[in-house]
Design a protein around this ligand. Sequence first.
Ligand SMILES: CC(C)(COP(=O)(O)OP(=O)(O)OC[C@H]1O[C@@H](n2cnc3c(N)ncnc32)[C@H](O)[C@@H]1OP(=O)(O)O)[C@@H](O)C(=O)NCCC(=O)NCCS
Length: 166
Amino acid sequence: MTGEVVVPVHVRDLTHADLPHCGWSGSALHLRSVAIELERVAAGDAEYLAVCAAGSDLPLAIGGVDYEQTPTAGMIHQLATMPALQSCGLGTVLIAAAEERIRRRGLLRAELGVEHDNPRARALYERLGYVAFEDRPDAWDEEAPDGTIRRYETMCAMMAKDLRPA
Ligand SMILES: CC(C)(COP(=O)(O)OP(=O)(O)OC[C@H]1O[C@@H](n2cnc3c(N)ncnc32)[C@H](O)[C@@H]1OP(=O)(O)O)[C@@H](O)C(=O)NCCC(=O)NCCS
């Protein structure tokens, strides 16, 4: 037997109270970095969004916008959809909401970085109108399942989208 369920979703700000329910997005170290981003939201330097299903307030997809890295653009980052719900359109909703937040700040450019070995995510961003403009090295700490932490270095394609109305 097969079936189909259409579930309305809404987007709201992520809060510290959500973090225990976002373990699917990464390691404990990653969740600490999200908590740091939420402190930056309080300072006005960033925003952090959650897509939730109607009737449930649990985050199904989350992602942040940084306003400090590039003064003329909002930098969308840390995008993640609950693994079992990927490819259902939640990431598309999340990115559209992030772009709306960037516009509300009076900025007309969204940027994001995608690793060279993540072609599926890159294809999604291209479908949504993002265009690669340069390659940039990036690095962050990663936590292995045994708790050890190592520095992960990678190369990202930086992509941008003009948010002016067509
Ligand atoms: C990248 C990521 C955030 C995208 O979120 P998502 O919720 O899967 O995104 P969407 O569902 O909107 O779009 C992705 C796919 O679904 C398809 N899609 C979009 N809307 C759809 C819908 N209503 N029904 C069916 N498929 C749909 C898209 O065409 C795309 O196709 P693909 O699966 O062949 O790539 C998510 O896949 C993820 O968390 N990946 C792991 C972490 C990661 O790579 N993060 C990004 C770092 S840059």
